[in-house]
Design a protein around this ligand. Structure first.
Ligand code: ADP
Ligand code: MG
Length: 430
């Protein structure tokens, strides 16, 4: 019973990085950092050693090797060395007759852990590696203890032959495989968030077909009239003019649509936000029309330069407008309205996106930007995650005012890229 209680306590400590990962990263659209691994492993090592099991005075058993192995796999050699230093100092501080043997054991297990950790990240048979590592971490200290004093092992045979190996193998397999799974899930969803644009594009496809079909019908009508010779020369000229402009517009929408759906790079460029807004309006108008929502955009005549990746910024605008249009779906026919307004101040530019749609409760507004938060049946909750993250990464901020039934107002602030227009043109041409 004593062994079992100790085992459970030690396994609890060994799972701390996994628990902490969920506490700190659950709502975050990013994965862990090596610093996170170093800090949680250090705390975990400290607790595990402080509450280590001791059946022989001065000799302690805990999950130090597991934590070290974990740190090496997910944090790298630097984390491993920090943990090693912590272990040596703390073990010397704890003292007792087993201190020297403990240091000697670590001298053997640390390099092996390092090699196994490199192997772990490269190969597929990870479970074999973790269970062999766990077994190895149990065998080395027991063999060394046996060589030093066989009677200590004999006196506590059950502890040394069952409890210690069980603790190491179980701890190793559980902590490492659970953590790896959590990290892999997070990676998957980060990928998914980045592919959100593809989903948005597929949602827009239906409205796009609509938008392309209308001008085609008009063009067909005019061409029929012209073919039948039912119009005079002046009218024919005008009809051809209308047909040309309808075709040009369709061409433009299609090319912008393609630009939105192509994969994007990471490069930051001086970007004219006003221009981006007009383009996005043209791309989103079909979607708004299909939902019977009026889409209005106001921006200053002068150019508004920000430093951003234009493709990603376009995606952010699409995400906000798309949500606003969708929020207006319940509004009585034809009364839904989404307006965008761009205002410049000394150092920053503020874009206000207002809609008279369903709105949000305070609780919902607070969760905006968290990964997976969605109130829609087929929503992903990734559009806002991507957008918030991008705006923050550009040094901007987002605020929201909303109430159920009263519509929503988003304010996005972004730093202005304070350079003269000429310089920007040169830079863009370079
Ligand atoms: P999705 O659109 O797939 O649900 P998003 O990340 O784009 O995911 O949005 C998350 C949630 O935020 C939405 O499900 C909705 O509840 C809320 N939301 C975002 N914008 C608005 C808005 N303009 N009006 C009301 N609710 C909104
Ligand atoms: Mg959305």
């Amino acid at each position: 019973m004593f062994y079992l209680k100790e085992l459970i306590l030690q396994l609890f400590f060994a799972h701390m990085p996994f628990v902490m990962f969920h506490v700190f990263y659950r709502d975050q659209p990013r994965n862990y950092t090596p610093k996170f691994i170093t800090v949680t492993s250090m705390v975990c090592l400290f607790l595990s050693m402080t509450f280590g099991t001791s059946v022989v005075d001065g000799y302690f058993y805990d999950t130090r090797y597991i934590i070290m192995f974990f740190g090496l796999i997910f944090g790298g050699l630097q984390t491993g060395l920090v943990l090693l230093a912590e272990f040596i100092l703390y073990r010397l501080y704890l003292g007792g007759s087993g201190a020297l043997l403990a240091l000697l054991t670590m001298l053997i297990t640390f390099p092996v852990s390092y090699l196994l950790s490199r192997w772990y990240v490269r190969v597929e048979r990870r479970r074999v590696i973790t269970s062999s590592a766990g077994l190895f971490f149990a065998v080395v200290p027991i063999v060394l203890l046996y060589l030093e004093n066989p009677s200590l092992v004999h006196q506590h045979l059950l502890f040394h032959l069952v409890a210690v190996p069980l603790q190491n193998v179980l701890g190793c397999c559980l902590l490492i495989s659970l953590f790896r799974k959590a990290v892999a899930d997070k990676e998957l969803f980060i990928n998914y968030a980045q592919n959100e644009r593809v989903r948005a594009v597929s949602h827009m496809a239906a409205s796009l077909v609509h938008e392309v079909r209308n001008p085609l019908t008009a063009v067909k009508g005019f061409l029929t009239l012209i073919r039948e010779g039912a119009t005079d020369r002046g009218r024919t000229e005008r009809y051809i003019e209308i047909c040309m402009s309808e075709i040009a517009r369709t061409e433009y929408i299609l090319s912008e649509y393609l630009a939105i759906s192509k994969p994007i790079g990471d490069k930051l460029l001086p970007t004219d936000l006003g221009d981006l807004l007009s383009i996005t309006k043209d791309v989103m108008s079909p979607y708004a029309n299909m939902h019977n929502v009026l889409l209005e955009i106001e921006h200053p005549q002068e150019q508004v330069w920000i430093l951003a990746n234009p493709d990603k910024m376009k995606q952010v605008l699409v995400n906000f407008i798309k949500n606003a249009v969708e929020a207006c779906a319940e509004v009585p026919q034809g009364q839904g309205k989404v307006s965008l307004d761009l205002q410049m101040a000394a150092r920053k530019v503020t874009l206000t996106i207002r809609d008279n749609g369903v709105g949000m409760s305070e609780e919902q507004a607070k969760r905006l930007g968290s990964i997976y938060f969605s109130t829609k049946a087929s929503g992903t909750g990734l559009g806002m995650t991507f957008s918030y993250q991008l705006i923050l990464s550009l040094g901007g901020s987002v605020s929201v005012k909303s109430a159920p039934g009263a519509g929503t107002e988003f304010k996005i602030s972004l730093p202005i890229y304070a350079r003269k227009d000429e310089n920007i043109k040169e830079e863009l041409e370079a």
